[in-house]
Design a binder for this molecule. Sequence first.
Ligand SMILES: *[C@@H]1O[C@H](CO)[C@@H](O)[C@H](O)[C@H]1NC(C)=O
Ligand SMILES: *[C@@H]1O[C@H](CO)[C@@H](O)[C@H](O)[C@H]1NC(C)=O
Length: 382
Amino acid sequence: MEDDKYTTELNVAVRAVHMACLLCQKVQKGLLSSTFVDQFKSKDDSSPVTVADWSVQATISWILSETFGCDNVSIVAEEDVQTLSKPESANLLEVVVKTVNECLNEAPRFGLKCPAQALGSTQILEAISRCNSAGGPFGKHWVLDPVDGTVGFLRGSQYAVALALINNSKVVIGVLGCPNYPIKNDWLVKNQPPCQATPELSLTNPGMWEEGCILYTRRGSGEAWMQPLLHGNKKLIWPNSAKLVRVSSIEDPELATFCEPVEQANTNHAFTAGLAHNVGLRKKPLRVHSMVKYAAIARGDAEIFMKFARAGYKEKIWDHAAGVLLVQEAGGVVTDAGGRALDFSKGIYLEGLDRGIIACCGAKLHEKIIGSVYASWDSSNL
Ligand SMILES: *[C@@H]1O[C@H](CO)[C@@H](O)[C@H](O)[C@H]1NC(C)=O
Ligand SMILES: *[C@@H]1O[C@H](CO)[C@@H](O)[C@H](O)[C@H]1NC(C)=O
C-alpha cells in the first residue's frame, strides 16, 4: 500500500519545513525593522534573503541527516557552500550560525531532537555542503528550495520553503511552507483597484502575514493537507490541526483565474495573455511570487498556473517538485505545454520540458489550454 509508505519521511519533512518557515518569518521581521541588516554590516540589499536561504538549508539538512543518517540522505538543493566558506563571508556565516542554532533550539516544540550542544560554523558548513547531490533516476533524493521567491521575500509578499522527496524518479512527498499565505483565503486581496493593471496576490492586512500555512501530501494518497503555522511558543499538535484541501471545481474558462509569475524575466506575460484570450479566460491574471502559485491551485484559490520561461532557460526540479505533487494529489493536472508529465529523473533540471508548465484544477480546462498552446505558439514570436 502506497498509503503506508514514507510516513516517517513526511512526518519529519512537515516538522522541518514548519521550523524553517518560522525561521524565515523571524529573519523577515528583522529585515522589516532593518536592524538585522546593520547587524552584519552589509550593504547588499539581498543579504537578509541570503541569511534565510543558508539558514534554512543548514537547518533542514541537519534535521534530515540526524533522522536518517548522514550516509543515507541525498539532498539536492539550490545553494552551494563555496560562497559562505570564503573569508569575506565571515560575518554572514556568523549570523547564519546564530540563526540556525536559535531555530534548532526550538526543535522539541516540534517533536524533533535539538543538537546536544550549539552547532559550530564547521558543522553548519558541513550540513550545507551535504546538499550537493545531483539527483538522478535512481534511489531516494530530497529536493529543497530553502527560500523560493527571493523578490517576494524581500517585499514582504509571497515566498515558500519547498521540500520534496523523490524515489526512483517519482516525487513521493511534497511539502510547501507558505509563511505569508494565510489559511483563510478571504484574507487575500485578489482584485485590486482598476488603476493597478494586474492584480498581485497580497494580504488585506500586512499584520496577518504570520498567519501562514504548510501544504503537504504523499503520492497516491489522493489527498493534500493544510496545516496552519504555529504562533508564539505553542507546541505543534500535528496532524490533528491539519485540514484537507482540494482543487477548485470550476471548468468554465470564463470563471477561471489563472496565476503566473510576477516578473517578466520569469515568464512571457504577452504569450500567456494571448493564450488566455484564445482559451476564453476573461479574468486578469493573478500574479504571485514563488511556488505559492501551486499552493493556490491546490487550495482552490485559483484554477490555472501557466509559466513559459524564455528560450534557453532550464527549469530546476526544486522549483516544482513539491508543488506539482500537491496539485496532482489535490485533484489537479500538471504537465508541460505538450501535455507530458514533468520528468524529475534527469538530475537538477527538468530536461526535455516542452516550452512551459501548465497546472490546472481539472482535466477539461487543462485540455483546452494544451489545445490552444499550438495555435498561440505559432502566432507568437517566442
Ligand atoms: C542508513 O539506513 C540503514 C537502514 O535504514 C540503517 O541501518 C543505518 O544505520 C543508516 N545509516 C546511518 C549512518 O544512520
Ligand atoms: C522506491 O521505488 C521503487 C521502484 O518504484 C520501489 O520498489 C520502492 O519500494 C520504493 N521505495 C520506497 C521506500 O517506497
